[in-house]
Design a protein around this ligand. Structure first.
Ligand code: PEP
Ligand code: MN
Length: 337
């Protein structure tokens, strides 16, 4: 329930009402605005009847939250959320570009990609230390050794790092080394993992499951925010359809839809979304045009030597061509690169 208070209601009076809401077992939200304060009550709204809100003199209006997701919805918070990666605000004025290899493979490999993308307007460096691979015989990542390399790359370049967490037991360990968790498509509905990253404040890049609906993505984000972590970035990374020409079908409908329904930032992953190197630039341009807050792009100094996803990684020249081509689209969409 959204409870809009009358203009001029004091903080003390607002917090008294909030305490009554909390005492009924609902999650209380306090949202002071310039003109008036809005309260939120999340949970079984029927218990609110005992408070007789409609006749409370400090209450102006009561509105039910119609969507299944509450905390991440624009109904409860119409203002865009900014998630900080270092001093870069994802969801703010600047279009976010996160780049780096699919997996951390070696010191030389990671540092060479970090240097390659640094200074090109990139906000963060990506690289998986724990890789969720379809085959148990494929490269699984370097584990903690990979996390240490990510920390070294961060210290060398100043770039915040993003890395995938695949096990709730790794959350605390990873938080010592990286600046943003990635929850991959295969784990979007691993609810214990969502709650585990929700207990920290470290940003979470939550990717859409390959067969998940947009509502399921939003409810997965709701798990993280409900557990206490508001720093969630959504990511459209392509879904499975009948189409086989590309690795996935990048659902840009979802991006436009999400931007209307949620205050959380929305990124696009054209690398996994297409699986085709040549399609990454045009789909990045489309992502900017449709209103995405940024992109996450796989890149590698020597894509042909990559241990995973080399076919969809951009080399140095392709990456700088992408950034140059992206600029006019970002500007046309009213953001800066
Ligand atoms: C990745 O980013 O390397 C990855 C495994 O992505 P996804 O979870 O979207 O497949
Ligand atoms: Mn990958």
């Amino acid at each position: 329930m959204i409870i809009i208070l009358k203009a001029g209601v004091t903080e003390v009076a607002a917090k008294q009402l909030l305490a009554q809401i909390e005492a009924l077992g609902l999650k209380p939200l306090y949202m002071p605005g310039v003109e008036r304060t809005v309260l939120g009550a999340i949970g079984d709204e029927r218990v609110l009847q005992s408070l007789h809100l409609d006749s409370n003199p400090i209450v102006d209006e009561i509105k039910p939250i119609l969507s299944k997701y509450k905390l991440v919805s624009r109904e409860i918070n119409p203002v865009d959320t900014h998630v900080m990666l270092g001093n870069h605000a994802v969801g703010g004025e600047r279009f976010t570009v996160i780049a780096g290899p699919c997996g951390v493979e070696s010191r030389e490999q990671l540092l060479s990609v970090a240097k390659m993308v640094n200074g090109q307007g990139v906000a963060a460096l990506r690289g998986g230390a724990f890789k969720p691979r379809t085959s148990p015989y494929s490269f699984q990542g370097l584990g903690e050794a990979g996390l240490k390399l990510l920390k070294e790359a961060n210290q060398l370049t100043g770039l915040p790092t993003v890395s995938e967490v695949i096990d709730a037991n790794d959350v605390e360990l990873m938080a010592n080394y990286i600046d943003c968790f990635q929850i991959g498509a295969r784990n979007m509905q691993n609810f214990r993992l969502l709650e585990a990253v929700g207990r920290l404040r470290l940003p979470v890049l939550l990717k859409r499951g390959m067969s998940a609906t947009v509502e399921e993505l939003l409810l997965a984000a709701e798990y993280i925010v409900n557990a206490g972590n508001p720093n969630v970035i959504l990511c459209e990374r392509g879904i499975r359809t009948f189409e086989t020409a590309t690795r996935n079908t990048l659902d840009l409908n979802a991006v436009a839809y999400l931007k209307r329904k949620t205050h959380l930032p929305v990124l696009v992953d054209p690398s996994h979304g297409t699986g085709v190197r040549e399609l990454i630039a045009p789909l990045s341009f489309a992502a900017a045009a449709v209103g995405a807050d940024g992109i996450i792009v796989e890149s590698h100094l020597k894509p042909c030597e990559a241990l995973s996803d080399g076919h969809q990684a951009l080399d140095a020249e392709q990456f700088s061509t992408l950034m140059d081509g992206l600029r006019p689209f970002v500007h046309a969409a009213g953001k800066q690169l």
